[in-house]
Write a protein that binds this ligand. Structure first.
Ligand SMILES: Nc1ncnc2c1ncn2[C@@H]1O[C@H](COP(=O)(O)OP(=O)(O)OP(=O)(O)O)[C@@H](O)[C@H]1O
Length: 317
């Protein structure tokens, strides 16, 4: 199968801007080297608790944030933040909160036109035709184009966010908690719309969410992030029903109900390690019932655990 996305050793360290130790310390390692591939037409779910690096990874993938290390390739073309237009034509971001991501003083038409002008230098008549076509695809009425972002409900606003992303004719959408802010009934409509658009435009999705039930429903494969690194990746049914990493099991057991957010159950030592002072071995060792001295000493690398399943664990389940 062709690869839509190939990410190799992609990492981000934020420098510490102020303070006495600014020079001496290496910075916050928000994303440790991540390597993964996504096939054309696939949905890869990305899950992890707050602070595990999901947004930082997403922002690097769409070219909004320069990586500290590593490479991003889409359909075989290597992308660089120095060429943002090329990024924009290949991969687009759909935000969790579409209203606050839109400029309140611009009409929806201006919002929709911006990527067509910037990325394609499209003439006016062509822009209008393209916007009409996309609005039709996402079930939005043409009269909405002359209104302002605050005039829309959550579900309509998210459809506008999706329409804006699609205007750029990308190959891949990075959906960052796209339904988390919506009522459950509206969530289902937006998820159905996303499924239809995916086949209509032959898209590939990266679907980031706290909500494991939603991720399980929409994903072909799932990557589990912990402390900035992928600790397990595999087919959705394996990740949820036969996880090999103890952290994945902890997550799966703690979120059995639709709409329940992703938080590990209260137990001794639920704290994430200090990102300024990471432990030498496995970042999960302090919370893991299977941890041994080896885990506290050596960081485990992703290893094949079964068909299309990898986990980074010295003592897998
Ligand atoms: N601009 C920044 N400067 C310094 N540290 C940052 C910056 N952005 C993120 N971080 C740190 O990087 C780590 C990962 O943050 P990130 O926002 O990517 O996580 P997340 O999984 O998206 O969390 P959430 O679900 O709460 O948005 C955190 O420790 C965070 O404090």
């Amino acid at each position: 199968m062709t690869k839509a996305l190939r990410v190799t050793d992609l990492a981000k360290t934020f420098p510490i801007a102020h303070g006495l130790f600014a020079r001496a310390r290496p910075g916050v390692r928000a994303v440790r080297p991540v390597t993964l591939e996504v096939a054309t037409g696939e949905t890869l779910g990305i899950v992890g608790e707050s602070g595990c690096g999901k947004s930082t990874l997403a922002r690097m993938l769409v070219g909004l944030l320069a990586p500290s290390e590593g490479e991003i390739e889409i359909e075989g073309h290597r992308l660089n933040t120095a060429d943002p237009a090329r990024f924009g034509r290949m991969i687009q971001y759909v935000f969790q909160d579409p209203i606050s991501s839109l400029n309140p003083r611009k009409t929806i038409r201006q919002v929709m036109e911006a990527p067509l002008k910037r990325l394609y230098r499209m003439p006016r008549a062509e822009r209008e035709a393209r916007i009409a076509e996309i609005f039709d695809s996402v079930n939005l009425r043409a009269e909405f184009l002359d209104r302002y972002p605050h005039e829309f409900s959550g579900g309509q606003a998210q459809r506008i966010g999706i329409a804006r992303a699609l205007a750029a004719s990308p190959r891949i959408l990075v959906l960052d908690e796209p339904v988390s802010a919506l009522d459950v009934s509206v969530q289902a409509q937006v998820l159905n719309l996303l499924a239809r658009l995916k086949s209509e435009f032959n898209l590939t999705y990266l679907f980031i969410s706290h909500d494991l039930a939603v991720v399980e429903a929409v994903s072909d494969r799932v990557a589990v992030l912990y402390f900035g690194a992928v600790v397990e990746i595999g087919r959705a049914e394996s990740i949820f029903n036969a996880p090999r990493h103890p952290y994945t099991r902890l997550l799966a057991e703690s979120a059995p109900v639709v709409g329940r957010p992703l938080t590990a159950p209260e137990q001794k030592g639920t704290e994430l390690p200090d990102p300024l002072n990471p432990p030498p071995g496995c970042a999960f060792a302090g919370r893991c019932p299977r941890a041994t001295d080896l885990c506290r000493r050596e960081e485990p690398q992703l290893q094949t655990m079964g068909e299309d399943q990898l986990a980074a664990c010295h003592h897998p389940l």
